[in-house]
Design a binder for this molecule. Structure first.
Ligand code: HEC
Length: 128
């Protein structure tokens, strides 16, 4: 084997190791995501309830009525009001959480698509 052949072989080896490692990383991530999605519905409800409490309740209140100081200053809607619930569709609420609206910050960078979906369902569940 001459030097040229050795060089080609070595670079092939380095390349394939790189691909192997990359595949490993991708596979690892997919299975983690799958775990998150297949968690039992009860666990998911609990998780979103906790996330709402940590990220949204400051303005919207834990009961969704928005009777908080920050909420009143910012002008939040009352999620328990049936008439308010009928005003907007799923897409609009999703967009508002993702990109923000008025005084509400955007959450599209902080939360996954799945989590934003769960927030919309959670907000919907406040209606009487
Ligand atoms: C800093 C206060 C604040 C925080 C924190 C906040 N919101 Fe809001 N939110 C608002 C305000 C103010 C509005 C009304 C916006 C408007 O219509 O001008 C609003 C509106 C909404 C709406 C109705 C949007 C529409 O399309 O009319 C939804 C749904 C919502 N918030 C969900 C959430 C969720 C979920 C979180 C947490 C991830 C959250 N908010 C965190 C202040 C906040």
């Amino acid at each position: 084997m001459n030097v040229r052949q050795q060089l080609v072989l070595t670079s092939l080896l380095v390349l394939s190791t790189g691909f192997f490692l990359r595949d490993l990383k991708v596979t690892g991530q997919t299975s983690r995501n799958q775990n998150r999605q297949t968690a039992s519905p009860g666990a998911k409800d609990k998780e979103i309830k906790k996330l709402f409490k940590q990220n949204c309740a400051k303005c919207h209140g834990e009961n969704g009525a928005g009777e908080t100081t920050a909420g009143e200053i910012a002008g939040v809607p009352d999620f328990t009001d049936q008439r308010w619930q009928e005003l907007y569709d799923y897409q609009r609420l999703t967009n508002s959480i993702k990109h923000g609206r008025g005084e509400m910050p955007s959450f599209g960078k902080k939360f996954s698509k799945e989590q934003i979906k769960s927030f919309v369902s959670y907000v919907r569940a406040f209606k009487n």
